[in-house]
Design a protein around this ligand. Structure first.
Ligand code: BDR
Ligand code: CA
Length: 310
């Protein structure tokens, strides 16, 4: 079983990633850490707790960074994820509480307690917690097997023409992560836009009719609507779950190894992931970047994960 820490900002697609990561027999979820991104830190933490309570996921939920490393906090994504960050489903009163450890401490402690190459980090929000942990305790670096992150784009951005939301929220943090020397899998918009949750997919998952499928459908009805309005897409792209799909079945996508640089100096291109797709520079490759998704296989994996909830 592959040991993972999910570092997230739920977020509708983060929620589905959590649902998938928590039960799959190939994965062992060691903890959930939260970061400001889709909504304020208080809200993303609350959402993570609600999700764990609803799904019966019994792992520590640790709250992390509420501001980016260098810049003032960027705007939250209320237009996509609503005022709560997880509009749509209605949860029962929250009885679960967050772990007393800060996410950065949890990440450091957990990694140090394991051997080299043992833990995979799965960041599906801004990279603030991960970068902070790397800077504060560089001894964690050899412990990291791989960083499988949702963020960036070879092509167009979704928060500015040049940048994807997670990277744009804290590009300095992304810079730290992309230059850390550990293997990075970049699941960017080029890939995730191949996983749009259409009404047909929602119907298909509704037929499973268990706790997880009901949550999935409540989430996706809202998220698909906002994505149609904002981007004219056919449905909400399941960005973050692609990280989990990669971990469960890497063959469901094609990745290309390349040099990827995070732009932190430019004003109009701040947060761009400048991907040397055609290998024009002689810079060492530092990322494997998602290019093509086998969408049919991806939706089968999502269905398989939902079915694990009975
Ligand atoms: C990313 O931004 C967030 O809105 C989503 O949760 C995803 O992680 C997509 O750009
Ligand atoms: Ca996210």
């Amino acid at each position: 079983r592959r040991k993972i820490i999910l570092d997230c900002d739920p977020g509708h697609d983060d929620a589905v990633a959590l649902m998938m990561a928590a039960r799959h027999p190939k994965l062992e979820l060691l903890g959930v850490t939260t970061v400001r991104g889709n909504q304020t830190l208080e809200k993303t933490t609350r959402n993570a707790l609600n999700l764990c309570q609803y799904l019966g996921v019994d792992v520590p939920v640790c709250e992390g960074m509420g501001t980016p490393l260098v810049r003032p906090p960027a705007v939250v994504a209320g237009d996509i994820h609503g005022a709560t960050g997880l509009d749509g489903p209605v949860f029962e009163p929250l009885t679960r509480s967050k772990d007393s450890r800060h996410a950065v401490d949890f990440i450091i402690e957990t990694l140090l307690a394991h051997g080299d190459d043992e833990i995979t980090l799965v960041p599906t929000g801004p990279l603030t917690n991960i970068a902070m942990a790397m800077r504060r305790e560089p001894r964690i670096l050899p412990k990291i097997r791989e960083i499988v992150l949702m963020g960036g784009a070879v092509g167009l951005g979704n928060i500015t023409p040049a940048a994807e939301f997670n990277i744009h929220c804290d590009a300095e943090a992304a810079y730290v992560v992309f230059t850390c020397g550990r293997p990075v899998v970049m699941i960017g918009l080029d890939l995730t836009h191949q996983a749009q949750c259409t009404p047909e997919i929602i119907e298909r998952m509704a037929r499973i009719d268990n706790r997880a499928s009901r949550l999935f459908c409540d989430l996706m009805r809202f998220f698909s609507q906002t994505n149609r309005e904002q981007f004219g897409l056919a449905g909400g792209p399941l960005h973050d779950p692609n990280c989990i799909a990669y971990l469960i079945d890497p063959g469901c996508m094609e990745l290309k190894s390349m040099y990827a640089e995070i732009e932190i100096r430019s004003e109009s291109c701040y947060g761009r992931t400048s991907c040397d797709f055609y290998n024009r520079s002689d810079r060492a490759h530092n990322a494997r970047v998602g290019v093509t998704l086998d969408a049919a296989r991806f939706w089968d994996i999502v269905e398989e994960c939902i079915r694990l909830y009975g």
